[in-house]
Ligand binder design. Structure first.
Ligand SMILES: Cc1cc2nc3c(=O)[nH]c(=O)nc-3n(C[C@H](O)[C@H](O)[C@H](O)COP(=O)(O)O)c2cc1C
Length: 267
């Protein structure tokens, strides 16, 4: 967010194939005088079969994605909702349903210990690190212990996230988890934060507590529903303006002047 350049993350479960999205972004870049096009990151959900996970990675590499963001906090998803007719997880066509995409594709509820067997482990992260030279960002870190494991597995950045509170009730909020994680990471890799970022002051708090950038989920969907592409641009503009105002209000001119002293907590 503080950077001039916004990035877009494309989900494994996208209803549009990852290649089509990359092609559209490429076409938009060519149509612009300056390169302001979002950089594309591919969000990987590990599939039950490593071969299928690797297939997704190779497709993302070939289509020009510049980062793999691996989500580790939603190995199992439970959903009572079925996708509307004609909408499917397009990237997974022809692959057997993994735990996540069975929920996305069929609205099926899954119970049982088999769920835990299907979840990715640190061995999968070590394996992935050897398969690709793309930067790997782990999304879904909420504890210093996992942040340490991420560093030990050679990841390039982490996202402190509780998936927008959408997968497990009662989790710590990322903003609360951030200070101790930032102390553990101690500048060794960038930290991003998402889940509940709604205003410029949220951005200010996250940067003050050790994040390098934030990500925004549902506000994009709401803005898109209300006013399409212009709505999303307006939402980003508002958050940016609020952030700059908040910086002025607390009296800092640059991001590196921010620090934990700008945030107080009642805990
Ligand atoms: C409708 C919806 C679908 C999502 N799908 C994915 C997904 O496929 N992969 C993923 O890593 N996160 C997914 N997320 C979580 C977001 O990436 C992000 O962590 C979360 O929305 C951030 O919280 P916020 O919505 O409060 O900003 C999804 C979120 C929403 C609202």
């Amino acid at each position: 967010m503080p950077s001039e350049r916004h990035t877009q993350k494309v989900s494994t479960l996208s209803s549009i194939p990852l290649e089509d999205i990359a092609w559209a972004a490429h076409a938009a870049r060519q149509a612009m005088e300056r390169d302001q096009t979002p950089r594309l990151w591919f969000q990987l959900y590990f599939q039950a079969d490593r071969g299928h996970s690797l297939e997704l990675v190779r497709r993302a590499e070939a289509a020009g994605y510049c980062v793999l963001m691996v989500t580790i906090d939603a190995a199992m998803k439970r959903s009572e909702f079925a996708l509307p007719e004609g909408v499917e997880a397009a990237n997974l066509r022809g692959m057997p349903r993994s735990v996540q995409n069975s929920a996305a594709a069929g609205g099926q509820i899954i119970f049982g210990t088999a769920l835990a067997d299907a979840a990715p482990t640190w061995d999968d992260i070590a394996w992935l690190r050897k398969q690709t030279s793309l930067p790997i960002i782990l999304k879904g870190i909420l504890s210093p212990a996992d942040a340490r494991m991420a560093l030990d597995h050679g990841v390039d950045a982490i996202v402190v996230s509780n998936h927008g509170g959408r997968v497990t009730d009662g989790l710590i909020t990322p903003m609360k988890a951030l200070p101790s994680i930032a102390r553990t990471i101690d500048g060794k890799c960038p930290i991003l934060l998402d889940s509940g970022v709604r205003t410029g002051t949220d951005v200010l708090k996250a940067i003050s507590l050790g994040a390098s950038a934030v990500m925004i989920g549902r506000p994009q969907l709401h803005a898109l529903a209300v006013a399409g592409m212009a709505g999303v641009a307006h939402m980003l503009h508002m958050i940016r303006a609020e952030f700059e105002l908040a910086m002025a209000q607390v009296g800092v001119k640059s991001l590196d002047e921010l620090g934990p002293a700008y945030v107080t907590s009642s805990d």
